[in-house]
Design a protein around this ligand. Structure first.
Ligand code: GTR
Length: 433
């Protein structure tokens, strides 16, 4: 590798170079004055026109109906829950990790009885002290992009053996985690800060569940469930986002078995495509106690019917294996969608939900993320929740932390920063303590 190539690899991995900015994607709308009028479906009216008047009707009728619609039309159906043969083992524990500031655990999870079948590796940090005064610890759980080794420079983290795409400006340069990938996204995870605030933090590499490419649907969890190839799938068969969401639930299964973790207070979080996965995971799995969407954008928290930034057609073309094939029916036809992303957010009600945007992330439509959250408020109101407490899109760096809903837009680009974490931790202190 040339020195120039190496330095740009390191820059991308370190997050100091944005892979693409809005300006690099011409032909999409970034002009608020060019947003066309659109009508959002009312989450509180069933498909047959019946109004949803109370929380009981939401739970028993409308929620299952919306889950069915999102499964059939967008993410694909989740073919099963925890496999019968799934088992796990703690492979390492260091009670004096990070210079004595944390306990580090590594857990291997096999999805079948076999040790050579599909598996994932869960990394957990928690405050020191074991089952002391504050354990069991509430926890944050999220998928990572470059192997568990990317979340902290800790030399004790086992390098992932999954195929991880390391890209630079010229394309993919490596498919393996190496020492140079250790800690490359540490600023996105803030392990020391999170642990110092009294939370555990847990992660799995998303590529272990489903590689982030079309071929991923032939391997690992996809193969376990007999998923067909990307273009051969039945219209409602799942894709990578469904598999990543499924993996989050399996990680939660494991956390809930750990007496040092409070399995009833596990927050799920994710950035960008992993934010989309976190939302779909928590829409389906009500065990997640708090949900954090960081810059999840199109197919995540942003409204699809609002023509701003990334479109349904574009996301289906760029990533044909992320969603169900059925979702392509709405390419350039967002007006025909019988749902929108505010209803995905509403599926999380009444659990706390924090949506965050970045000012420089027009591709993800920050305002569209805020508007989706506002449009989910009536469902939260059924449960007596007041909502965000603001009527208009808040100014940059002025978070709105409500009783169950939170939103902020910060300065900067598409990323997760210590400033985002400061808001997430404050909101978690409020709703998970
Ligand atoms: C982009 C994609 C976005 C978002 C992002 C990411 O290429 O268009 O929807 O998922 O990737 O995950 O970083």
């Amino acid at each position: 590798m040339t020195p120039r190539l190496l330095s740009s690899v390191l820059a991308v991995l370190a997050g100091t170079v944005a892979p693409l900015s809005a300006a690099d994607r011409p032909g999409f709308n970034y002009d608020e004055s060019k947003v066309l009028p659109y009508t959002l479906p009312n989450p509180l009216v069933s498909a047959d026109g019946t109004p949803v008047r109370d929380a009981a009707a939401w739970r028993t009728q409308r929620r299952p109906e919306l889950l069915e619609i999102f499964s059939r039309e967008m993410f694909g159906r989740t073919p099963g829950g925890r496999p019968a043969g799934m088992h796990w083992a703690v492979t390492s524990v260091d009670r004096a990790a990070l210079g004595g500031k944390a306990v580090r655990k590594e857990i291997t999870v096999w999805f079948t009885e076999k040790k050579d079948g599909p598996q994932m590796h869960l990394l957990v940090y928690q405050p020191p002290g074991g089952a002391g005064a504050h354990a069991p610890w509430p926890a944050f759980l999220g998928l990572n992009y470059f192997g568990n080794n990317c979340v902290n420079a800790d030399p004790g983290i086992t390098l992932t053996t999954a195929r991880v795409d390391q890209r630079d400006d010229f394309g993919v340069v490596d498919h393996h985690a190496t020492e140079r990938t250790r800690g490359v996204q540490a600023q996105r995870w803030n392990v020391e800060t999170v642990v110092a605030r009294g939370y555990a933090t847990a992660t799995v590499c998303y590529d272990e569940l489903c590689e982030d490419r079309s071929e991923g649907l032939a391997k690992d969890v996809a193969a376990l469930f007999g998923t067909r190839a990307t273009e051969e799938r039945k219209p409602d068969e799942w894709g990578a986002l469904g598999i990543w969401a499924w993996g989050l639930s399996r990680a939660l299964d494991v956390l809930q078995s750990d007496p040092e973790i409070d399995g009833k207070r596990v927050a799920v979080h994710g950035h960008s495509r992993l934010g989309k996965a976190a939302l779909w995971a928590s829409a389906q799995d009500e065990r997640f106690a708090l949900v954090i969407s960081n810059d999840s954008g199109c197919g995540g928290a942003a409204l699809s019917k609002r023509n701003f930034g990334e479109t349904v057609e574009r996301i289906n073309a760029s990533f044909p294996f992320w969603f169900a094939r059925a979702f392509r029916a709405y390419n350039a036809r967002e007006d025909a969608l019988p749902f929108d992303q505010h209803e995905l957010l509403a599926l999380i009600a009444p659990r706390p939900l924090h949506v965050a945007s970045a000012e420089g992330d027009a591709w993800a439509d920050p305002r569209g993320e805020f508007l989706a959250l506002k449009a989910a408020e009536p469902v939260y109101a059924l449960f007596g929740k007041k909502g965000l407490g603001v009527a208009a899109w808040p100014a940059v760096n002025h978070p709105a932390l409500g009783d169950a809903l939170a939103y902020h837009v910060r300065t900067g680009k598409h990323d997760i920063t210590p400033d985002d974490w400061a808001q997430y931790l404050d909101f978690a202190d409020r709703v998970m303590r």
